[in-house]
Design a protein around this ligand. Sequence first.
Ligand SMILES: [Zn+2]
Length: 370
Amino acid sequence: MENALKVRDIAAWLEAWAPPHLAESYDNVGLLVGSPNAKINKVLVSLDCTEEVVAEAEREGCELIVSHHPVIFRGLKAINGSNDVERTVMRAIKSGIALYAIHTNLDNVMTGVNSHLASLLGCTPESLRILRPLGAKLEKWTVFVPREHTHAVRDAMAESGAGHIGKYDYCSFATEGTGTFRAQEGANPFVGNQGEIHQEQETRLEMIVPGEAVSSVRQAMLAAHPYEEVAFDRVALENGRVDFGAGMVGELPEPMAWEAFADHVKKVLGGQGLKHTAPVKSHVQRIAMCGGSGAFLIGDAARVGADVYLTSDVKYHEYFGALGSFQLLDVGHYESEWQTSTLIANKINEKFPKFAVHLSTTKTNPVTYR
Ligand SMILES: [Zn+2]
């Protein structure tokens, strides 16, 4: 029954999409307030979690708020209502509303904040690449498998997280050969007899294993492998991972006049003003972007030959880093990310189509223009 969901069901689904270990070290993601076992009938999704948003959840009968920005970010030493964060947390606890944050872990996945931004801007899906790949831990495993068990072991490894390269899965390489072994006293060999040197037609199976999947792949591989003692090598790779990381770069289907692109940005992201460096390119096609504070990626935007780098929270001196190479465009933090709540709501609905998801209508942007 979908109306008997628990907080942990939503959390598990969101974490399969944006694993918490991909969050930046300074961040604070996951379930911040409430019990994972609390039953929920309705969830509210928003960019920020403020006292007003908690009030909206109360009115709408939502027992869970999923926000992109974590309300508790730097930690709390007291909860006595002396600032907006404490008041928000107090009110949520009092009203029995759980608070969950999916922040930089959602920034760092391929189908997260930035691919959503790229699609709003009109970049083609096949052109999208991570702007600064995370370079997370990657291993190459070589496993020796009796030939007729190769498919079973490969499938078990692929299903538990091995063999993902970019947009492909089940990536493996197999070479045929002959293995030898002699079972000693006390052994219970799958083939061959104790004390005899046995020759077996084996496959040398190679697959990529990401750091976070090491234990699940190991478990699945050993379970699917028929041998008592499995011979396998784990080698740490220097290759970075290209499917996780910060920012994104994509291409518009056609070059677009700069002025038309800037108007388009204002139209789709809202806001009353764009701050940008003097135009270097009269027409733009390669668009780098990072929702939220993305000045740390200005050098990466130059490296990939972007015509525009769209982000927010750019400081005065940081604009100098883009002069003469591309248009650096600050659209505002709220403007760059407010539609992330639609992305999260759609993701929840994808798994739980009949579950009630309320998209917040509270305008949380603390910045106004005149
Ligand atoms: Zn943000």
